[in-house]
Every structure is written in structure tokens, then in C-alpha cells.
Write a protein that binds this ligand. Structure first.
Ligand code: BGC
Length: 371
């Protein structure tokens, strides 16, 4: 293994210890049960406007996000469970960090440096969100980060061969709040062998509150002139197509339900990667979602070149979430900032291979307002 990887993890731990000694902003740590044979902790971050973010070491999952509506009333706007047991059952990645490669790799196969790799297949013929035991199903290390704003950094060492991927990868994901009502997520990955990397957060948002019903009346704007059409197994065909004249056109504010039935997919709904205008390496506006009843608006910006817009098509009423609420189809939306699905097999897509010795860095900000 690359000697720098344990050194990186050690230095992260020392930084956090220094932060606590320096008395940075209070971040509360509470026990949240056990998973994968280990104790799980939940970190509670409190920020502007009464905002609260709760993130746990299992899957680095965002379990709760309380933000104010137009009257200042706080509601939890992400789907999930009250107890860890829900997250240990078969569930669709609520709030999780997904990787090593989020979204799909066709047939779980790719060729790199003249060698073909076969990954775990866990979504029909394809590899999805890192495989059978991806980053969402492991217990991460965690440290409070020094500074003026509440922040916690999760770390995980993904070993060479895990789920079939080459190389030892040292991964850190930092959740932080700021003086605005916003949640920032910073990702960093280092590897000792070339490997595809695409890490994202898989939160299911319902800005009216997690038990508010469907999101079809939410108004969405996507900063995307183009998208990547998919086949029947949701693998991109390789084409980068204009959204103009299709149900994918959210360039001006549009109700999500407006053209949803026209999306030729099964189950019906959006589950597509959009190409973010002007993105790739620097922060760009990705999307704005407005929920008329509460007045909440969420602005998403990211350094990632793409975003998976998913309308919870596979939620089918079989999952009971927080407060005993049954989650039904379209009860939430995901905006997963990312490299395009199956990038490793499409030379015309932005490259998703992290070279040995390089560091992958990515930032996404979810900013909240109410009007
Ligand atoms: C995928 C969906 C999938 C969902 C939950 C999304 O990123 O694109 O097809 O059902 O995650 O796994």
C-alpha cells in the first residue's frame, strides 16, 4: 500500500484533536447504534437560521437536515429513518455517500492500463453506487474539524480489490455549515493505482418536509442545455443530446410534474444525468428547486460536470421512514452531483479515472432560502 495513505489518515486525526483543544464551534457526538460490527456515532451540526444537519459514521449518511420555511419554521427536508435499523435494511441509499463509483458502470466492467476489471453487479446486469458493499455500507472514521464553522470530516480507506476496483483509496468527506443557511460537502480521494472515482451524496429532498407527499408541484430549474440519454438499463448510450424540445428541458423554472409522464422510462419519471453548463473543476450553479407551500428554495452548486436528477421513481410504498411515514413514488427528489454514469467506458465523457499519486477533489453546496 502507498505509504502516504496511513500518514494522511493520521494527520487528519491530529488536526481534529487540535481543533477540539482550540475550542472550535460545538459539534455534538451521540451514539447511534451498531453497524458492520462497529459502534456508530451521529454528529449534530448547528448553523445559521436554526439549521441542523445530522450525519452518522455508517455510510457517512446525512440522516436529518432541518431548514426554515418562509415563517422561520424548521422542518426536516431529507428522507430517512429514525433509527439505525432502517438504514441496515434494504433501502435506496437515503442520504448516503455513494462510491467508489456512484451511479452505473455497464455490466460492471471496464478496461484500464490494458487490464479488464470485473466489478460486483448489483443492479440487473450493471454495477450501481459502488457495488454490493459500497461506501454507503461501511463505518467511516470521523473527526470534528477546526475552524469558525461546524464541520465534521469522515475518512475511509477503500482497499485494493474492494468490490473489484484497483488500488487503495483514501477517501475523506467533509460536511460543514457556514454563516449562510447552507450545507457544504467536500470530497477528497487519493489512490496508489489508477482507478475510476465518482463520489457523491444521495440525499432524497422534500423541501415541504420529509412527510409532505409528492414533489411533482416543486418548481425546478436546471442549468443544463444537454443531457445523456440512456438505454433500458439506465446506461448512457454515449450521446450528449440537447434538452431543447424534450421533457428534459428545465432551463427555465418548470413544475417537475409538468412533463414527467412524457419521459420514456420504466418506472415513469426522471432518472437522468444532465450536463451542467460551465461546470467541471470550478463551482457552478447546478439547480434551483422551489417548494411553493413552505416557500423553501434550495440552490445546488458544484464543481462536478454532471448531475443525476432522480424523482424517486422506485419508491413504491414498501418503505416506512421517519415518524412512521410510508414513502411513496415521487415523494422526494435527488440531485446527485457527479461525473456522468459509465464514464469509464465513454471516452467522450469527462474522464473519471484518478491517476496514482493524484488527488480527486470535489465540492457541492446546498444553499437554502425561503420566500
Ligand atoms: C439511480 C436510480 C436508483 C437510485 C437509488 C439513482 O442514482 O440513478 O436509478 O434507483 O439512485 O439507487
Amino acid at each position: 500500500m502507498n505509504a502516504r495513505i496511513p500518514a494522511l489518515i493520521l494527520s487528519l486525526g491530529l488536526c481534529a484533536a487540535a481543533a477540539q483543544a482550540a475550542g472550535g464551534p460545538a459539534v455534538e457526538r451521540v451514539p447511534f447504534g451498531r453497524a458492520d460490527g462497529k459502534a456508530v456515532d451521529l454528529y449534530v451540526l448547528r448553523g445559521a437560521g436554526g439549521m441542523v444537519a445530522k450525519v452518522m459514521t455508517y455510510g457517512a449518511i446525512l440522516t436529518e437536515l432541518d431548514v426554515p420555511d418562509r415563517n422561520g419554521k424548521l422542518d426536516d427536508v431529507v428522507l430517512g429513518f429514525d433509527h439505525i435499523d432502517g438504514y441496515l435494511s434494504k433501502e435506496p441509499y437515503f442520504g448516503a455517500i455513494v462510491g467508489r463509483v456512484g451511479n452505473r458502470i455497464a455490466k460492471g466492467r471496464f478496461t484500464l492500463g490494458g487490464r479488464t476489471y470485473q466489478l460486483a453487479t448489483n443492479d440487473g446486469p450493471n454495477h450501481l453506487h459502488g457495488g454490493k458493499k459500497g461506501f454507503d455500507k461501511v463505518v467511516w472514521g470521523a473527526q470534528v474539524v477546526p475552524g469558525d464553522t461546524p464541520a465534521v470530516r469522515f475518512s475511509y480507506l477503500s482497499r485494493d480489490g474492494e468490490e473489484g476496483y484497483p488500488g487503495n483509496c483514501s477517501v475523506t468527506v467533509t460536511y460543514s455549515l457556514s454563516s449562510s443557511i447552507e450545507l457544504r460537502i467536500d470530497y477528497a480521494v487519493a489512490t496508489d493505482r489508477d482507478t475510476p472515482v465518482n463520489v457523491t451524496n444521495h440525499s432524497y429532498f422534500n423541501l415541504g418536509g420529509a412527510e409532505n407527499g409528492d414533489i411533482l408541484g416543486n418548481v425546478l430549474t436546471l442549468n443544463a442545455d444537454r443531457y445523456t440519454p440512456v438505454d433500458s438499463t439506465l446506461i448512457p448510450t454515449g450521446e450528449i443530446a440537447p434538452v431543447a424540445g424534450t421533457p428534459m428541458d428545465f432551463r427555465s423554472p418548470t413544475r417537475i410534474g409538468e412533463h414527467l409522464k412524457e419521459v420514456g422510462a420504466s418506472p415513469v419519471g426522471y432518472d437522468h444525468n444532465f450536463v451542467v453548463n460551465g461546470a467541471g473543476g470550478r463551482l457552478a450553479l447546478v439547480a434551483t428547486v422551489y417548494e411553493p407551500r413552505s416557500g423553501r428554495e434550495m440552490q445546488v452548486s458544484s464543481t462536478e460536470p454532471g448531475v443525476q436528477f432522480y424523482t424517486g421513481n422506485f419508491l413504491d410504498g414498501t418503505i416506512t421512514g421517519k415518524k412512521g411515514v410510508v414513502y411513496r413514488q415521487y415523494w422526494a427528489l435527488c440531485l446527485e452531483t457527479q461525473h456522468f454514469p459509465d464514464s469509464v467506458n465513454h471516452p467522450n465523457f469527462p474522464a473519471s479515472v484518478l491517476k496514482a499519486g493524484d488527488t480527486y477533489r470535489s465540492t457541492t453546496i446546498f444553499r437554502f432560502m425561503a420566500k
